[in-house]
Ligand binder design. Structure first.
Ligand SMILES: Nc1ncnc2c1ncn2[C@@H]1O[C@H](COP(=O)(O)OP(=O)(O)OP(=O)(O)O)[C@@H](O)[C@H]1O
Length: 283
């Protein structure tokens, strides 16, 4: 059973204060939608994965995106990123309809987001420092010295030791790979970070530490985080809002309280199932 040690709320554990601040942010009426998806349809051949899907992601929030396996969470993420073609609907990022953008403006929008793919997706033939420098080399024109300094800054930011810089992915633990991949996602100081199952494969303590890191970075950098996850601990501890995907559309969304109150059968089973109850009992 994937349960994590939870610090006492007394004296303000990091998790309890994140959750409190998260629920404050979720209630802000002036929030700006940095991602706005409307009437989205995506399919592969005859197979429709989503249809009529609407979703807003607000600036500065951590949105947890859940749904049964194979429902299309990764497909939605990849469609927003422009890696999967939609058949209908609109996707606006930073107020720009992605369909209306020419290559240059599209590149300018892409510079403002970072992505942590499942399993990290680091280049195995490059060191951690070189991996982090890949997007920097693509988008920035700066000296080797500055590139090195920036990469070391990102390494420090994600809690890796300086000596991780010259290591190859095969020399890293699962937790270090996630941190290195996060450092690469942060390479260009993005405003939005997409995280695809960031805590999968980590042990409960490592997963808790990674959640803390995401929450801290969100707060210090003012990031907007779109996080696909199955991790109930992450959903409870760091997410401002949660959106659940089912039957090709969003079947429930809102803060954790809204998910707990949802009448939808899948949402109910997910948030009130045996695993969910164990997480809540811990809290
Ligand atoms: N390139 C593709 N061609 C055809 N079908 C695809 C393609 N990519 C994804 N699919 C299908 O789309 C559906 C949704 O897949 P997706 O990976 O988005 O699910 P998911 O909700 O992220 O699942 P999990 O939680 O297991 O990661 C699946 O049925 C998958 O087989």
């Amino acid at each position: 059973m994937d349960q994590r040690p939870v610090a006492s709320a007394e004296g303000g554990s990091p998790e309890s204060s994140y959750a409190r601040e998260a629920s404050d942010r979720a209630g802000d009426p002036n929030r700006e939608a940095v991602i706005r998806v409307r009437n989205l349809e995506v399919g592969f051949g005859e197979k429709i994965i989503m249809k009529g899907l609407d979703l807003d992601v607000y600036r500065g929030e951590i949105l947890g995106f859940v749904g049964a396996s194979g429902m299309g969470k990764s497909v939605l993420t990849r469609t927003i990123l422009g890696l999967v073609r939609k058949t209908q609907g609109t996707i606006e990022v930073f107020g720009e309809d992605l369909d209306d953008l020419g290559p240059e403006t599209r590149r300018a929008v892409e510079r403002r987001w970072g992505v942590l793919f499942q399993q990290g997706a680091l280049f195995s033939s490059l060191t951690v420092k070189q991996n982090i420098q890949v997007p920097m080399r693509e988008y920035l024109n700066m000296s080797e010295r500055l590139l090195d300094e920036l990469a070391m800054l990102k390494i420090e930011m994600v809690g890796l030791k300086a000596d991780a810089a010259d290591k190859y992915p095969s020399d890293l633990s699962g937790g270090m790979i996630k941190r290195a991949a996060l450092a690469r996602a942060l390479a260009l100081d993005p405003e939005i970070v997409f995280l695809d199952e960031p805590t999968s494969g980590l042990d409960p303590i490592g997963a808790g530490e990674f959640d803390d890191l995401i929450a801290t970075l969100q707060k210090t950098l003012g990031l907007t985080v779109f996080m696909v996850t199955h991790d109930l601990d992450s959903l409870h501890s760091v997410c401002d809002r949660i959106a659940a995907l089912g039957e090709g559309r969003i079947i429930a969304q809102g803060p954790i309280e809204a998910m707990l109150a949802s009448d939808n059968a899948w949402v109910k089973a997910y948030f009130h199932g045996k695993r969910a109850r164990a997480v809540m009992d811990e809290r």
